[in-house]
Design a protein around this ligand. Structure first.
Ligand code: AMP
Length: 113
């Protein structure tokens, strides 16, 4: 299912033209428009789920993690990268279509802000 008001659904469907880093029948990955590190990609399922809490497909969860692995490899950062899923506004979620961030290319501090 897609949500006609969702920007990530429009990206996944091709309605908003985007250069994909990876593309499978289940998910796509692409560069974040506002990168927080030299490399900052997003992995999103083609199907709309508002957040991790709504993502009820365990097989798809695994595929999205595989997408993070493979995207990091394609970006050349597979030795050092961070994968983040923000869930809920207070945790920093701004786009309500579940997505994994993959960040790398610089030292990343812990804990995050
Ligand atoms: P979050 O704050 O965890 O919901 O992450 C949403 C991310 O989507 C942010 O890092 C935004 O910079 C990014 N973003 C929003 N719109 C776009 C877009 N059209 N293309 C690429 N990245 C986007």
């Amino acid at each position: 299912m897609t949500n006609k008001n969702c920007i990530f659904c429009k990206i996944a469907s091709g309605e908003i033209k985007t250069d994909f880093i990876m593309e499978t029948e289940d998910y796509v990955s692409f560069n974040d428009v506002n990168p927080q590190a030299p490399w900052h990609a997003l992995i999103i399922p083609r199907e709309h789920f508002s957040s991790l809490n709504d993502l009820n497909n365990i097989e798809l969860m695994g595929k999205l993690l595989e997408g993070a692995q493979k995207t990091a490899e394609k970006l050349g950062i597979k030795e050092n990268y961070r994968t983040v899923i923000n869930t809920g506004r207070e945790a920093g979620q701004t786009v309500f279509h579940v997505h994994l961030h993959v960040l790398g290319g610089r030292p990343l501090n812990w804990p995050p802000g």
